[in-house]
Design a protein around this ligand. Sequence first.
Ligand code: ATP
Ligand code: MG
Length: 299
Amino acid sequence: MLKLEDVFKTYENGTKALKGINLTIEDGEFVFVVGPSGSGKSTIIKMLSAEVRPTSGKVSVNGYDIGSIKQRDIPYLRRTVGVVFQDFRLIENKSVYENVAFVMRAVGTPQRLIKKRVMYVLDLVGVLHKARRKPCELSGGEQQRVAIARALVNNPDAIIADEPTGNLDPARSLELMMLLEKINSMGTTVVVVTHAREIVDQFAKRVVAIDGGMVVSDRTGGYYQRPDLTKITEEAVQQATVTARRRQTAAPERGVAVESQAEEIPTEEPRPVEEPTRETVFNIDDLLRFDGQENGGRA
Ligand SMILES: Nc1ncnc2c1ncn2[C@@H]1O[C@H](COP(=O)(O)OP(=O)(O)OP(=O)(O)O)[C@@H](O)[C@H]1O
Ligand SMILES: [Mg+2]
């Protein structure tokens, strides 16, 4: 079980990355973690693997207390939770095989068991034929698979992937997510941090949204939502209208596109505030994407 209780993290430079996170992930769950850049997602992941320690609050990972875990116990903690980092972290001068095998050696697995297991996980993720290659000889998607194989090799209770589809095209992303689903169906807890909204929507799993270092929404069978828009309020609509008007006045050269979109924003009757559906989420997002056209948008 992964559990964060009232967790705060302030980095040395004073950045308050987490501001009171409460989150429990039970064994066997599949959870998406979403949220804007800088919201604290990777900080949570790094905490679950004891790379970062909480400033206050309690983090328990499969029975280990991250606040007080001894350095020498960290490899054993990491045996229970495999992490696929945002930047893979493969070792450049080692082969694919060695990249995966060394994490088994780190926890003292006998040599005779290593080969069999490494071959098995490389095969499971579909890169066994690249076993002798170096990471630089692989595509981004293949490197990602090696990182997953490495996270899996010690047969962890949980696997946590930070933005695993970041470098993949939509088809590959879907494939990778299906692989993670397969791993989950074999009993491993899976936590996936992602910006890939289509993927999140397609799988309809539990979705935890982080914003400003806090959990702002936690839904089972949810869709990807901009966390600040979990409630589609009259205020949000009006704010979008005001911004649209301001842009219209401030940047007339953006002309037609801005104007015609602004006309579509309802000013009289706010949208009903209901549980967001796929439709309402898309609509309100379209509305505010308009607000995000910082680079001149379609001008
Ligand atoms: N080592 C660090 N030292 C200081 N500040 C940090 C450090 N790592 C992250 N931060 C800051 O903490 C905040 C949360 O960062 P984090 O990496 O957790 O965000 P994220 O949600 O993973 O973002 P992204 O989607 O871009 O990966 C950000 O303001 C970031 O600048
Ligand atoms: Mg991150």
